[in-house]
Design a protein. Structure first.
Length: 163
């Protein structure tokens, strides 16, 4: 009697499992638009949303894809936080200042086109130099110091990132 029940159970499972796979509904259809947004899922890329749906369906993405996504996230954190503490690589940050450069002065703030804001912390001066949206290089120094150089000028100012 037991073997018959086992066969019946296995046959039932073989019939039900494909139906479950066909009836899977992606999370964006399961949730209302408001709930989807409130959960922050609207910020996911299409690939991230596909991975989430695959995981919910029981098909977790392969390890290589997870590692690639993890590394991409790490690189984004490094890029966004460069200049805070001694975070990221030792390569200089090359960008342009927004607006007019009017020389160096203590506590002056410099906003880069990438959105970073740096403040001068030393007494370096650079008189008589004015430029519109000049190229700048901010390089890391010893003990967490950062140095700002504008254009081809020899004078550089010690700065710290404030935003």
């Amino acid at each position: 009697m037991k073997p018959i029940r086992h066969c019946f159970f296995i046959a039932a499972m073989l019939f039900v499992m494909p139906l479950q796979a066909q009836q899977f509904e992606p999370i964006e259809k399961r949730m209302s638009a408001e709930a989807f947004k409130a959960a922050g899922l609207d910020k996911l890329s299409a690939a991230e949303l596909a991975h989430l749906n695959a995981w919910l369906q029981g098909n977790a993405p392969d390890q290589a894809a997870l590692e690639a996504a993890r590394e991409q996230g790490r690189q984004e954190v490094v890029r966004k936080n460069r200049g805070f503490f001694d975070f990221g690589s030792s390569e200089p940050i090359v960008s342009r200042l927004q607006g007019e450069f009017r020389g160096f002065a203590r506590n002056r703030e410099y906003t880069l086109e990438n959105g970073q804001v740096w403040q001068q912390t030393d007494d370096a001066t650079l008189y008589g130099v004015r430029a519109q949206n000049p190229e700048v290089r901010i390089r890391p120094g010893a003990l967490g110091a950062w140095w700002l150089r504008v254009g081809n000028n020899a004078v550089q100012a010690k700065v710290k990132r404030i935003k």
